[in-house]
Design a protein around this ligand. Sequence first.
Ligand code: GLU
Length: 496
Amino acid sequence: MTIRVRFAPSPTGFLHVGGARTALYNWLYARHNKGTFILRIEDTDEARSTDESLSAILSGLRWLGLTWDEGPGLQNEGAFGPYFQMARPDVYRKHLDVLLAQEKAYPCFCTKDDLEQMRNRALLSKRAPKYDGRCRDLPKAERERRLCAGEPHVFRFARPSEGAIQFNDIVKGLVSFESELLDDFVLVKSSGVPTFMFAGAVDDHLMKITHVIRGDDHLSNTPRQIQLFEAFGWKDMPAYAHISMIHGPDGARLSKRHGATSIEEFQKAGYLPEVMLNYLALLGWSTSDSQQLFSPKENFKEMAEKFELERCQRSPAVFDTEKLKWMNGVYIRQLTKDELRDRAWPYLKEAGLVTDSTDEPTKTFVREALALEQEKLVVLSEAPHLIDFLLVKEVVFDPESVEKVLKKEGALAVLEGILLEFEKLDVFTTQNTEAVCRSFAEAKGLKAGQVFHPVRVAVSGRTKGPSLFHMLELLGKTTVVDRIKKTLDGAHLSAR
Ligand code: GLU
């Protein structure tokens, strides 16, 4: 049997980390089993589905590298399409007709008010609100008459009312629902558009889905979809795996309140796509030896080989931003200098530090500048701030650093002395500049810091930055000398 799994997002919002994780688990499962990963767009919520959301979902999946084998946007979409539910009206109509013919579905003419009253009555008598089935037993003639008169209606499922529905969830184990607690849910809305419940089950069958891997929040839909499979007499019921929800550190379901939740936000913040994959994979799944880092080689082949649905946890996973940051740092440190520059480039561009026509020498300079901060860099969006002072023509001074360092007694004299020494240096290397600064300090009876700090602020405008002498070497003698001179001029001016 070929494993066929699907990610079935509704394009009603951005790609949430939970959705991305569902897609990832499906993708991993398909690859582990040399199966097929299908993307199906469940766009039957006419009011909330948007093109904007669809493109956010598609670009999020592409950015993460979660490529699909069948579905929208592929040159050859696959043999089971269309993969947009709104493009399959005839399919659902035909299947509704099958149920209607067997009296397993019926039209319901209840109005919004009727349903509201039903609900209130149920709540008053402390029963779980559910449709009371009143249209199920309408006489056939009345049904026909009202249909012919064009009275607004939906189609409901005439659910079998006895017994329990049980299924063996791959993650949760044996799950059981009393049929009695289920209701005659809506199959087709008054607009003629199917509900997700109906369309999803029909498509899982037609698309030969073998495993439905989705969030825990869909658990209560499963008995309903199983009843649909049974009503149609389909024997190819997929296996189900409901993966645990993602919570914030406070134990509440992950939401905006906890910070970034969409893949796009993490991308903007400068997390690497492979870090998101590695991190999301562990949000609810672990190997027996709790491996934390996976090789991204060959599209995370190692991870796909090790992935097992059976090892997904039942309890909610907690989203830990600190761990994600740690992981991003680890991956960033593994990049080559060229890779780091390429990854950081869009962020530098956005900050106006580079452009598409930046020349080769500057590109090399940027590469070396980033390399100086590679150890420290956590997210790529920090890159512009970490290196901007190296790229600008005029240094912008941080007032606090000026106050704390340059205005200290003796600081300007140090700069004047160092300026002379630097001017004398023929070979302006890390080692030489350090040696000069150290011997200058010694000769004047100063602590190393009393020399290093003013030099750093004079050259960079701030107290924090990359290793001082590496930075001096990168900037080069001309720039360093020039910056010290300008600082002295400026400092003398403000002191007057
Ligand atoms: N369209 C559903 C959603 O976006 C997923 C349904 C499913 O996976 O069965 O939540």
